[in-house]
Design a protein around this ligand. Structure first.
Ligand code: CA
Length: 711
C-alpha cells in the first residue's frame, strides 16, 4: 500500500484508511490552498508536510515519519542540493513543505519555492531590502521562515515589511510596513497565522526600540490589533490592545525617563499557540538599553518575559518574567514548546523554554504558574530560583555605570539562542544546542543615543583591554547537543561538538535526532542515548534547523547551510580556532535513503596574505581607534578586529594601505551596495582615520604572531 501515491487513491479509499479528505489536495503549489487552522492543528494526519514554523502550533519540531530510522540511517545520501547564492551567507530558515513544494527563506528575506523531491526551482521572490538596513539590525540579515495560509505565503522582511505572496506564483498580493528599519526595527523571525490573523513581531533591542507585535487580516493585510510589550511615554495614548495592562501592571515597574531609550522587550522570534486554551504565547527580549542603571530601576515589565494573549484581540491573559531588570541581554525570545507532561503523577499542560539566561523553565501554560527551573549550563548571574521562579541574583554578575568589567555566564549570545529545539514525546526528552560562552559587561559612563550602531549603554571596550578576561572566556567556550529531561530537570545525555553556536534540531519517530554544527558537519544521533549514527561534511558552518518531510512515499531530511548570526559576527578573537571560516557556501541540502548524488566539493580556501602598512600612529590615536572600532565596527567585523568569517576581516583589507580609499568606504559609503553604509554621521574624519590606525596595529600584531592565516 505504501507505494501507492495518495493522489492516485480514490477519496473513498482514503476515508476507509482513516485519512482526512484534505489529503487529496492537488500536489504542487496549489496544495497550499488547503492550509488553514484545522490542517495545522491536525498536522499529524499529514506527517509528510511541514505546515508551520515548528511543524505544529505546539512548536515541538518532532516528526512522526520513521522511514529513515536508527537502523538504516547509515544509508542516507544526498538527494539534491540547491545553491542559494545571493551575496550574504547567513541562513537560518525552517523551510515549510506543502504538496511536495518547499518554501524556504534566505538572507535578505528572499523566498524560494522548490520542488521538494527534485530541488527544481519553481519561483523566487526578492523583496529588495535596502542594503542600508543591514546596519540597523544586530545579528545579520537572516530570515527564519515563512507562514502559509489558504494559498498564501507570508514573509516578514528585514526592513520591516510583512508581505503576502501567492503560493502558486510568488507574486506579492499585499504588503504592509509593520516596523521601520530607519528607527532600528528589523524582522528576522517567521510569522505565525492563527485564526486567519498573521502575527509578526520585530527586533531592535540594541537600537533603542520599543517592542510590539501586530496581528493582520491574512486576506487583506488590514491591521487587527497591536500589543506593545513595554510602556511608552506617559500621557501619549497608543490605542492598542496593550493599553490597559501596561498602565495597570507594567508602568509601575518603570521609573525615570525610560521612554527616551525605547525600553526594548522585542518579540523577535518565538511564538506558539494552544488551540484548546485559545492562547497565543510570545517571548519578549532584553530591556533597551542593556544597562539597567541607565534604562530604569525596577523589574521593567514585560522585558525578558513570556506573555499569553488572546489571538483574536491581543488581550493580555498572563505573564511570566524570567529576568526582572535584565541587564545581560538574556531575552525570553527563544523557542517555546507546548507539551503535556506527567509531573509527579499529574498530567500538566506545560510550556517549556531554554532561553539565553541558562535556565530550563517549565510553566503551567494555562495560568503562567512556574512549575520548575534548573540551569542547563553554567550560570553565575543567579544562585537559583525561588519557588515562584524568581531568580536569586548573584552579585557576581552585576555591573553599573562605573565601567568596571564584569564576567557573566551565560554571555550575551546565550546558553541557548534562537536555534530551534525539539521535543520527542516517546523519549520525553528536549534536544537543543547549548553553548558555554561568558561575556564581559561594563556599563558605559555616558550614554548617547546614536542613529547608527548599537545603543546598549555598555562599553564593548572591556574585553580587548582585559587579556585575562579573554583567556578566561576562551576557556569557557564549548558547545554541545543536550538531551534534557524536563520532568527531572537533568540532562539525559550530552554530546560535545567542539565549538559553540551550533544548529537547530529536529527529532523523529525513527528514534533519530538531526543537527548540523558550527564545524560544518550534519549528523544523525540516536534519540535515546546520543550515539552518532551518521554524519556528512558540508564544509560550511550550520546554524539553521533541519526538517523532515515526505513526497510520494519517500522521506527526506533537509537543512540549510550557511554560517552567521550574532556570535559568528561579533565573537572575533573568541571564535578563532574554533570555527570554520573557509568557504561558507549557502545551500539547501536534502538527504534521503539511498541518495546517490555527490556532495558538492569544498570551495577553494581563501588564502589572504597579511600585508599591512607599518604602524606610524601614536598610542593615543590607536587607543581612540580601538574605542571607536569596538563601539561601531566590532559587532559586524568581529571583536578586536578578528572576523568570525561572515563579513570581511579588516586586518586583510586592501584599504588599510590606502587612506583615501578607507575614507571613501567608511565616510563616503563606497561599499553601500554590500551593506556597508557611511558612518559619517557618527564618526569624524579623525575618528575614522584612527580606526584605520588601530586595525593596522592589530594586523601588525597578528603578522608578528604568524606570517599568513586565512582569518
Ligand atoms: Ca536581545
Amino acid at each position: 500500500m505504501s507505494r501507492i501515491r495518495p493522489a492516485a487513491m480514490s477519496l473513498g479509499l482514503l476515508l476507509a484508511l482513516g485519512h482526512a479528505p484534505a489529503v487529496v489536495a492537488i500536489p504542487g503549489p496549489g496544495a497550499a490552498a488547503a492550509v488553514d487552522g484545522a490542517r495545522i492543528i491536525h498536522a499529524d494526519q499529514h506527517p509528510g508536510e511541514w505546515l508551520t514554523y515548528g511543524r505544529t502550533y505546539s512548536e515541538q519540531r518532532f516528526s512522526p515519519l520513521a522511514q529513515i530510522n536508527d537502523r538504516n540511517v547509515g544509508r542516507l545520501g544526498l538527494a539534491w542540493y540547491y545553491d542559494i547564492g545571493g551575496g550574504r551567507r547567513v541562513q537560518e530558515s525552517t523551510p515549510l513543505v506543502v504538496g511536495g513544494v518547499m518554501y524556504l527563506t534566505t538572507a535578505w528575506s528572499r523566498v524560494i519555492a522548490l520542488d521538494a523531491a527534485t530541488g527544481k526551482q519553481l519561483w523566487v521572490f526578492h523583496p529588495h531590502v535596502p542594503r542600508s538596513a543591514d546596519a540597523h539590525g544586530c545579528c545579520g540579515v537572516a530570515n527564519r521562515g515563512v507562514a502559509i495560509w489558504r494559498g498564501r505565503v507570508y514573509v516578514g522582511t528585514y526592513d520591516g515589511r510583512l508581505i503576502a505572496l501567492s503560493a502558486k506564483t510568488g507574486k506579492p498580493l499585499w504588503s504592509v510596513r509593520t516596523a521601520d528599519y530607519t528607527k532600528g526595527y528589523t524582522i528576522t523571525g517567521a510569522p505565525i497565522v492563527v485564526q486567519g490573523r498573521v502575527i509578526i513581531g520585530n527586533g531592535g533591542g540594541e537600537f533603542g526600540t520599543r517592542g510590539y507585535i501586530t496581528a493582520y487580516d491574512a486576506r487583506t493585510g488590514r491591521e487587527d490589533w497591536r500589543f506593545y510589550t513595554v510602556p511608552g511615554k506617559p500621557g501619549v495614548a497608543d490605542h492598542a490592545a496593550s493599553d490597559r495592562v501596561l498602565d495597570r501592571i507594567a508602568r509601575p515597574t518603570w521609573h525615570g525617563r525610560y521612554w527616551k531609550f525605547g525600553g526594548g522587550g522585542n518579540v523577535w522570534d518565538s511564538m506558539a499557540y494552544d488551540p484548546k486554551l485559545d492562547l497565543l504565547y510570545v517571548g519578549t527580549g532584553n530591556g533597551a538599553p542593556w544597562n539597567g542603571t541607565v534604562r530604569s530601576p525596577g523589574a521593567n515589565l514585560f522585558i525578558t518575559s513570556i506573555l499569553a494573549l488572546r489571538p483574536q484581540t491581543g488581550e493580555y491573559v498572563w505573564h511570566f518574567q524570567e529576568v526582572p531588570d535584565d541587564i545581560w541581554d538574556y531575552d525570553a525570545d527563544q523557542q517555546m514548546i507546548l507539551a503535556d507532561l506527567n509531573l509527579h503523577g499529574t498530567v500538566r499542560r506545560v510550556l517549556m523554554q531554554a532561553p539565553k539566561d541558562g535556565i530550563f523553565y517549565v510553566l503551567d501554560r494555562a495560568t503562567g504558574r512556574f512549575l520548575s527551573g534548573k540551569p542547563y549550563t553554567q550560570i553565575n548571574w543567579a544562585r537559583g530560583l525561588t519557588s515562584r521562579g524568581k531568580p536569586i541574583e548573584s552579585r557576581k554578575a552585576l555591573y553599573d555605570v562605573t565601567g568596571k568589567p564584569t564576567l557573566a555566564m551565560p554571555g550575551a549570545a546565550g546558553g541557548h539562542n534562537w536555534q530551534p529545539m525539539s521535543y520527542d514525546p516517546a523519549t520525553g526528552l528536549v534536544y537543543f544546542p547549548v553553548s558555554a560562552m561568558a561575556f564581559t559587561y561594563a556599563g558605559a559612563r555616558r550614554v548617547t543615543m546614536r542613529k547608527l550602531g548599537w545603543n546598549t549603554g555598555d562599553d564593548f571596550i572591556a574585553l580587548p583591554e582585559n587579556p585575562q578576561a579573554v583567556a578566561q572566556i576562551r576557556k569557557t567556550l564549548t558547545g554541545s547537543l543536550v538531551a534534557w529531561n524536563p520532568v527531572t530537570q537533568r540532562a539525559a545525555w550530552r554530546v560535545a561538538l567542539g565549538a559553540p553556536w551550533n544548529g537547530g534540531v529536529v527529532s523523529t519517530a525513527g528514534d533519530l535526532v538531526f543537527e548540523g554544527d558550527a564545524m560544518g558537519r550534519f549528523c544523525a544521533y540516536r534519540a535515546t542515548d546520543g550515539k552518532r549514527l551518521w554524519s556528512v561534511e558540508t564544509h560550511t558552518g550550520i546554524v539553521a534547523p533541519p526538517i523532515t518531510y515526505e513526497v510520494d512515499g519517500q522521506q527526506y531530511v533537509a537543512v540549510e547551510i550557511g554560517w552567521g548570526g550574532a556570535f559568528a559576527l561579533a565573537a572575533g578573537q573568541l571564535a578563532l580556532d574554533s570555527q570554520i571560516n573557509e568557504g561558507n557556501v549557502p545551500r539547501m541540502l536534502v538527504f534521503t535513503l539511498g541518495g546517490a548524488k555527490a556532495m558538492p566539493p569544498p570551495p577553494p580556501r581563501p588564502h589572504l596574505t597579511l600585508d599591512p602598512p607599518p604602524i606610524t600612529a601614536g598610542a593615543a590615536t590607536i587607543a581612540l581607534g580601538e574605542a571607536r572600532y569596538q563601539s561601531f565596527c566590532s559587532v559586524c567585523h568581529g571583536d578586536s578586529a578578528v572576523s568570525g568569517g561572515v563579513l570581511p576581516d579588516l586586518r586583510y583589507a586592501p584599504a588599510l594601505a590606502n587612506p583615501g580609499l578607507w575614507r571613501r568606504i567608511v565616510s563616503g559609503g563606497l561599499l553601500r551596495s554590500g551593506g556597508m553604509v557611511s558612518f559619517a554621521t557618527e564618526l569624524s574624519p579623525r575618528e575614522s582615520g584612527a580606526i584605520r590606525e588601530y586595525v593596522i596595529s592589530r594586523a601588525n600584531q597578528t603578522k608578528g604572531q604568524r606570517a599568513t592565516r586565512p582569518y
